[in-house]
Design a protein around this ligand. Structure first.
Ligand code: SF4
Ligand code: SF4
Length: 198
């Protein structure tokens, strides 16, 4: 256990949808989404995204979009930038979430996040017993580079939430804390989008 160090097995599992009802999230910040859309155009790759973390601003009747996610509901049920022979074809510009993986940002509630280990990674699965219940210090030692990226990812999420709270404090927006699913779905259908960037 002391010498356990993360090494990607290059199996590609993390770039595929998970069989069954669970839907995988590969989040993208708006600037990352723009970059990948452009990259996909240049490579003639069919790339689609959908909204992920959003807040309804009931003061301005707008949907605030903090993150998107890569759509995996395609023919291969896979990220379009994954190539079976060479793996990820955009290593240098892949999203922060992919650079941090198998560490992921788990959402505790609408406004709070924490770093966690994704059990869907093959390396994690094979070392599951050893990785169960380890503290953040051990996570940092085992997933050295991924931890640094996960920290950037986490801080970016925290800064986005801080921005939302600051806008609320200044009465420029109002986020409803109590909202029915029905109302939320109606807002999603009707309201304009505004991207929130750090
Ligand atoms: S961007 Fe690269 S690493 Fe991330 S899901 Fe797509 S193929 Fe995999
Ligand atoms: S599932 Fe884990 S081991 Fe496999 S390619 Fe992804 S990060 Fe690497």
């Amino acid at each position: 256990m002391k010498n356990l160090k993360y090494r990607c097995m290059k199996c590609g599992v993390c770039c595929y949808e998970v069989p069954g009802d669970y839907s995988k999230r590969i989040p993208l910040y708006p600037d990352e989404a723009d970059l990948l859309i452009e990259e996909a155009k240049e490579r003639n790759i069919h790339f689609k995204i959908m909204e992920d973390l959003v807040f309804p601003d009931i003061l301005n009747k707008k949907i605030l979009v903090l993150t998107y996610k890569i759509r995996l509901d395609n023919e291969n049920e896979c990220c379009p930038f994954y190539n079976k022979k060479i793996g990820c074809v955009i290593q240098d510009i892949k999203p922060l979430a992919c650079k941090a993986y198998p560490l992921a940002i788990k959402q505790e509630d609408a406004f709070h996040f924490m770093i966690s280990i994704d059990p869907l990674c093959n390396f994690v699965d094979q070392n599951y017993e050893l990785l169960s219940n380890i503290d953040m210090q051990r996570i940092k030692e085992i997933f050295c580079q991924e931890y640094k990226n996960a920290l950037i990812h986490l801080n970016k999420n925290k800064n986005l939430i801080l921005k939302i709270k600051r806008l609320e404090y200044l009465n420029k927006i109002k986020i409803s804390r109590k909202i029915s699913l029905n109302d939320f779905n109606n807002y999603l259908k009707e309201w304009e989008r505004v991207e929130i960037k750090t």
